[in-house]
Design a protein around this ligand. Structure first.
Ligand code: SF4
Length: 376
């Protein structure tokens, strides 16, 4: 279950809350694509020759600013240098305003089989407020067009917790979004990330801060509505029709290997993490010079256990305490007996056999709870 992640570091507009790496200047786009292809060739030994790749993920930034020729060129290098499974999941993140009927047909033709469409909201004012490059009508149309083009594996991104988004409106847009021909939803709470325009606008008194109360209310509506429709809530922010999990993300959460190429992309080889420089020009220079474009950190046993706790508790499968004890001699249940009792009494945590899982309520505090169980 290994994967390849390809970071496309360009966006037409800067959404005010976003802290991913991207540039709105496209001047060196072609050079970056060439460099990504070079990096893919150069790092082919990241995987053993027998290791097969079960997922490829184009993320960003906005991969849909690429031409079909550029996507095809990248995929050509991937298929030419890696052992890609026949039924590999190939996800492509895109923005609705880029999805013409023709572009979608061609995406399908070059082998993309899963679309991740960033609709974020179905309210024009809210989309404008977030500085998104599309409107609600384009969002709905893009999904219809994608289905018409033959995509049957479509995931949507939605953002909740906007200060001006009422519970009723959130519930209605959720209903409308889940009625579209999609089988997966990633829903994120609006947060104020450091160094984003949102923080500046709040500090200048021009925008309101998100409130925990609003977010938690929206989250409860989200959990209830998806459940009423028979969807699975399989990770804090991920929901799907039964069994339609994201292979690529599930593989991250299971601690499998993945190679990330492009500026700011991260990789994990089972022992160490690597991360590429988060600057387009510096990335080009690293690739041109033949020097390594990434920094490395070797994970200690404690790092690995803590990551397992962090990611495991975020999923519906939870954490296997027997595995932690057998593999690492780390007995969480007895070391943190009091904390576990406390979380359980609040109905945030459940223990079943050797499995420790968060309840829907507990999922809201997943990162906090897992950090209290970390091995220091
Ligand atoms: S399109 Fe996506 S990556 Fe680009 S600025 Fe908006 S949220 Fe960030």
């Amino acid at each position: 279950m290994s994967g390849i992640y390809i970071h496309i570091p360009f966006c037409k507009k800067a959404c005010f809350y976003c802290d991913f790496h991207f540039s709105v200047s496209f001047k060196i786009k072609e050079k970056i694509i060439t460099a990504i292809c070079q990096e893919l060739k150069k790092r082919k030994d990241f995987f053993d020759s027998k290791e097969s790749i079960s997922s490829i993920y184009f993320g960003g930034g906005t991969p849909s600013v690429l031409s079909i020729k550029e996507i095809d060129e990248i995929l050509g290098v991937v298929y030419g240098h890696y052992n890609i499974e026949k039924n590999a999941e190939i996800t492509f993140e895109c923005n609705p305003d880029d999805l013409s009927k023709e572009y979608l047909r061609e995406l399908k033709f070059v082998g993309i089989n899963r679309l991740s469409i960033g609709i974020q909201s179905l309210n024009d004012e809210h989309l404008k407020w977030m500085n998104r490059s599309h409107d609600a009508c384009q969002a709905k149309k893009s999904i219809e067009y994608a289905a018409e083009a033959g995509f049957n594996n479509i995931t949507l991104d939605l953002i909740y917790g906007l200060p001006q988004l009422g519970d009723r409106e959130w519930s209605d847009s959720l209903k409308e979004a889940l009625n579209l021909p999609v089988n997966h939803l990633s829903a994120y709470s609006l947060t104020m990330e450091e160094n984003t325009p949102y923080v500046k606008l709040v500090n200048q008194g021009k925008y309101k801060k998100p409130s925990d109360e609003t977010s938690s209310g929206h989250y409860q509506i989200l959990v209830q509505q998806t459940r009423d429709l028979g969807w699975e809530h399989y990770e804090v922010s991920s929901f799907c029709k039964p069994g339609n999990y994201s292979k690529h993300n599930s593989s991250y959460w299971s601690g499998n290997k993945y190679l990330g190429v492009g500026p700011s992309a991260h990789s994990y080889d089972g022992i160490s993490r690597h991360w590429n420089v988060s600057n387009n020009q510096s990335y080009l220079e690293f690739i041109r010079s033949g020097n390594r474009s990434f920094e490395t950190e070797k994970l200690t046993i404690n790092n690995r256990m803590n990551e397992y706790l962090l990611t495991g508790l975020r999923t519906k499968w939870g954490v296997d305490l027997k595995l932690l004890s057998d593999k690492y001699n780390y007995n969480v249940a007895s070391i943190f007996e009091e904390d576990i009792k406390y979380w359980t009494s609040l109905n945030w945590l459940e223990m079943k056999n050797s499995k420790m899982k968060l309840t829907d309520k507990g999922m809201l505090f997943a990162d906090h709870i897992s950090s209290t169980l970390f091995m220091s």
